[in-house]
Design a binder for this molecule. Structure first.
Ligand code: SIN
Length: 312
């Protein structure tokens, strides 16, 4: 591990498979996420003993159930700790399922200069070959890396930026990738080798932007284009008070004629619409349809972006 300044690293726990337990050590999928405390995850790694680490349990959930209220609490906790002069970085343990959404949310709301390093595991803590301990150890190496900045995600020795990271496999240990292969760094035996650009700070939207009661956040839905897609779901979404729709189009965000017309009609009635793509890589370029592009954002991140814009 690279030399660690005297800075404190705060590790915030939110649950996930990294804190999951199965009845049998050979069971990698039939487990319950969010069972072990973040303090016990840290205590289980001898190499972390004696380092200036603090832990705080912000939530304890399976990240498929991540919600706006937890995002508010998490962003406030990260902000509070980063404001402490003795704190050099914050690490967040999280479930893999919605990790990329939380990462993007924190990057846009806080745009931290100090590193905020998220990590997770594809296998529960009880597995014969659990990946959580190594991932957490690697996250500490990234947190102590002088080059690190912004919100990054560390799994399987790879460091991804909040904008590009996405879960790409349902169960493999190396289940994450960076969109358009924009990997930021590798962690090799505790040393961080930067190969790309760390998430830059940009302008933080700030905690005031997300202060509205979680139950009153705008409803933004995701829709897919596919063979024989029509506009009926758009009308159903409007009927339940949807303020925004992100459509994951085919290829360059293209849409069937029926779906495109329904979205143009919804937009004319005040619903915000963004065109993204169901492809795993590549941006959506303007195609003159009158529906704005989500650029390089994946559909789930475009949804976070639209929620944050609608909260303004
Ligand atoms: C979760 O996302 O909380 C469960 C799945 C995982 O962490 O891999």
């Amino acid at each position: 591990m690279q030399s660690m300044a005297s800075n404190v690293i705060v590790i915030l726990g939110t649950g996930g498979t990294i804190a999951g337990q199965a009845a049998s050590a050979t069971d990698n999928v039939g487990y319950k996420a969010g069972q072990l405390s973040v303090a016990s995850l840290v205590a289980a790694i001898p190499a972390l003993a004696g380092l200036p680490l603090e832990t705080e349990q912000v939530a304890q959930l399976d990240s498929k159930d991540m919600d706006f209220a937890t995002w508010q609490r998490l962003a406030a906790a990260v902000d509070r700790h980063l404001a402490r002069p003795e704190v050099g970085a914050v690490i967040i343990t999280h479930g893999t399922d919605t990790l990329e959404e939380t990462a993007y949310f924190l990057q846009r709301v806080l745009a931290p200069r100090k590193p905020v390093v998220m990590t997770a595991a594809m296998r529960p803590a009880t597995a014969l070959q659990a990946d959580g301990p190594q991932n957490l150890l690697d996250a500490v190496a990234v947190a102590a890396c002088p080059e690190a900045t912004g919100v990054s995600v560390v799994l399987a020795g790879q460091v991804h930026g909040a904008d590009q990271v996405q879960k790409a496999h349902s169960y493999r240990i190396d289940g994450f990738c960076s969109r358009d292969e924009a990997v930021v760094a590798w962690v090799e035996e505790g040393r961080v080798r930067t190969v790309g650009a760390w998430p830059h700070s940009g302008e933080a939207l700030g905690l005031n932007r997300i202060a509205r009661a979680a139950g009153a956040w705008p409803k933004v839905q995701i829709l897919l284009n596919h063979a024989s897609a029509d506009g009926s779901l758009v009308q159903a979404m409007q009927a339940v008070g949807t303020a925004g729709i992100v459509v994951a189009g085919t290829g360059n965000g293209t849409l069937s004629q029926g779906l495109e017309q329904a979205l143009l009609d919804a937009q004319a009635q005040g619903v915000k619409v963004l065109r993204s793509t169901r492809c795993q890589a590549g941006p959506v370029l303007d195609n003159g349809t009158g529906l704005a592009s989500a650029g390089s954002l994946s559909p789930v991140k475009a949804r976070v972006e639209m929620i944050l814009q609608l909260l303004a």
